[in-house]
Write a protein that binds this ligand. Structure first.
Ligand code: 1YM
Length: 643
């Protein structure tokens, strides 16, 4: 495995495991350890186990990992590493394997002299997964033997014993998430598949295979990328048109860290930068991104002047040189410092210096050797620069005409009385009659309504100047009050909950997708800060006699129906399906969808910016064929088009 980190010289030694805390803490406050007990936390369990296997790969001992969803949502993770140590640990008198799975924070990687590189942030590991599983078993192939152990809810249920012989080494973990701990225990294969693909891109030479056995699938999806993040960039750009051939790849080390950057420009207008530290996505950026941006702007300006592609007084801004770029930045370091609201920002300043120097040295060299690519990039940035100047002028004229700075609010907005943004909610409502009901039903003290209708501008195909001038988006930009794009200022935002309320039909998902595309492209901090929500209207109305209830899912419908029937199996319960928001009267809408006491909101996350970008591009981009394919493939899900 040429591209993986070199072997760590220091070997495992049982005394290096540090014992920190008991596992009850995990079951008391699961959210503290895995983020949440919703679907995201459920999937997090798999990542924790896989992380240990990836650490083993980073240490140079493992080159294949399998992840399988078995019947009944049992997860099985297999690697071909050394196998978790099974010898008796002095401090506890127990096998190291048992300690790793029953003691919080136990693991070689927490002791000094452990792995060169490990996840760090999410490295709470195996014992957390064990604590949150109603059943977990481990088989370690090592020393020619298969060592087997079982657990339940963090407690050992079977002592370690040898159950057979083997001619390989590695670890196999199978677990079932504890239904007492999670809102739901059904795994989404696509979510795991996308995450594993990302990990395969980030670890060149590592093979990851995934399979969903729940519907009798026989074959594995295989992911193996010799080119690592170069292939990641090609993958992200697959439905885009590059402006130059090939991906520019840059790599460099210092004694305790390595940095890799891969970039390619396409003919679009968006900047798509994805960064990682120790394989952990850092959507809030940080020092590695800063180092990249500074160096990119400096190197391209210097090259442009040197190659006489730029006039003496021409100067390209950071935004200009990043227009249409797809960039993947990946750093691996010993002591990552994660900062920011969601701990998704890298704080190590030495990574700024490292990435800056890698890009400075390697990009300049690349441009010297590939002048045609250099010219394509500089031309693209020059066009961006001119367009940005035109956009600035357009914006100023719109501002003057419409009094954007006068604080005047658009007609389509029914504002609330409250002025503290942290208490204010903006419902963006699709359709006239739904907006009418929402205006009557709302609590006008803190709930504002913005009506939207008609076909919205497809923001993927438009540049910033058109967006300011657009009659659908303009009222929203003004209502939110924080500007767009580079000028977006979250401190000026007028509402901290922006709730998209649209029907659960194709038109509804269309408007939702368009709005999310717009937020994603031009107001991304809104999503990053967790300010964007999707309202969840009920699907069914049930009534028996005078009792009326609503249900938000098929399961809930069935549960309420049998509850209403009580002991009387012949009782008639009327069930009708809500056709749309517009059909509800104001009280119904308030009670089911808007009242903070009773409503359900789904927060829109940017968990997977790469995936979101892919879907947006497919649905909105120039290429018709991938869009057709996507819609055909996902036709049955289109109703739930959410990110
Ligand atoms: C399917 C999950 O956990 N693999 C795995 C874990 C470990 C090792 C190898 C390992 C580490 C070391 C030495 C070392 C772990 N070991 C520990 C501890 N796959 C999976 N593969 N030998 C083997 O760190 O030096 C924790 S995880 F603490 F025991 F060393």
């Amino acid at each position: 495995m040429s591209d993986l980190n070199e072997k760590v010289t220091q070997e495992y030694d049982a005394s290096k495991i540090q014992v920190l805390e008991g596992l009850e803490a995990v079951r008391m406050r699961p959210g503290m350890y895995i983020g949440s007990t919703s679907s995201s936390g459920l999937h997090h369990l798999v990542y924790e186990i896989v992380d240990n296997a990836i650490d083993e790969a980073l240490a140079g001992y493992c080159d294949h990992i399998e992840v399988v969803i078995e019947e009944g949502d049992v997860i099985k993770v297999t690697d071909n590493g050394r196998g978790i140590p099974v010898d008796i640990q002095e401090q506890t008198g127990k096998p190291a394997l048992e300690v790793v799975y029953t003691v919080l924070h136990a693991g070689g990687k927490f002791g000094a002299g452990g792995y060169k590189v490990s996840g760090g942030l999410h490295g709470v590991g195996a014992s957390v997964v064990n604590a949150l599983s109603d059943w977990l078993e481990v088989d370690v192939h090592k020393n020619g033997n298969i060592y087997h152990m079982e657990f339940s809810r963090g407690e050992k249920t079977k002592d370690m014993e040898i159950v057979g012989t083997t001619d390989r080494t590695g670890t196999v973990v199978r677990f079932h998430p504890d239904p007492e701990m999670f809102d739901e225990t059904v795994y989404d294969y696509e979510t795991l598949h996308v995450r594993m693909r990302e990990q395969a891109f980030l670890n060149a030479g590592l093979r990851i295979s995934t399979k969903d056995e729940r519907e009798g699938k026989e074959a594995f999806d295989e992911m193996y990328y010799e080119g690592g993040i170069r292939e990641f960039v090609t993958f992200i750009n697959k439905n885009k048109t590059p402006v130059h051939e090939g991906v520019v790849y840059m790599q460099g080390d210092r004694e305790d860290a390595t940095a890799e950057v891969a970039i390619q420009w396409n003919d679009g207008y968006n900047e798509n930068m994805v960064s990682f530290a120790n394989n952990i996505h850092t959507p809030e950026g940080g020092m590695h991104e800063t180092g990249f941006k500074t160096a990119l702007t400096r190197v391209l300006n210097a090259y442009g002047h040197k190659a006489k592609l730029l006039k003496d007084d021409d100067s390209l801004s950071g935004e200009d040189v990043r227009e249409g770029i797809t960039a993947v930045i990946s750093v691996k370091l010993t002591n990552p410092q994660f900062e920011g609201q969601t701990k998704a920002k890298l704080g190590n300043s030495e990574m700024r210096t490292l990435v800056d120097s890698v890009v400075s040295a390697k990009l300049d060299q690349f441009l010297e050797e590939n002048p045609a690519v250099g010219k394509a990039i500089i031309d693209k940035a020059m066009t961006a620069s001119r367009a940005r100047e035109a956009a600035r002028k357009a914006r100023e004229s719109v501002r003057r005409k419409t009094g954007l700075e006068s604080g005047q609010m658009p007609e389509k907005l029914q504002d609330c009385n409250e002025r503290d943004p942290s208490l204010c909610e903006l419902y963006v409502v699709e359709g006239d009659s739904a907006a009418g009901s929402a205006i009557q039903g709302r609590d006008s003290r803190f709930q504002a309504i913005l009506a939207m209708w008609g076909k919205m501008l497809n923001v993927e195909k438009a540049r910033a100047d058109k967006i300011y001038g657009n009659d659908k988006l303009y009222p929203m930009i003004v209502a939110l009050g924080a500007g767009i794009g580079q000028e977006f200022n979250i401190d000026k935002l007028r509402y901290h909950k922006i709730i998209i309320m649209a029907d659960a039909d194709v038109d509804g998902s269309h408007i939702r997708t368009l709005l999310l595309t717009f937020f994603f492209r031009y107001m991304r901090p809104l999503i990053e800060n967790g300010y964007v929500y999707s309202a969840v209207p009920p699907l069914y109305k049930l009534s028996r006699g005078k009792t009326q209830r609503v249900a938000y899912s098929d399961d809930e419908r069935d549960a309420i129906s049998s509850e209403l029937r009580g002991d009387n199996p012949n009782a008639k319960v009327d069930i009708s399906r809500f056709k749309g928001l517009g059909e509800m009267d104001p009280e119904e809408l308030w009670e089911t969808t808007m009242n903070p006491e009773t409503r359900t909101l789904r927060r829109i996350t940017l968990d997977d910016a790469v995936k979101a970008d892919e879907v947006f591009t497919i649905l909105m981009g120039e290429e018709v064929e991938p869009r057709k394919q996507w819609i055909e493939l996902n036709a049955k899900y289109v109703v739930n088009l959410d990110f």
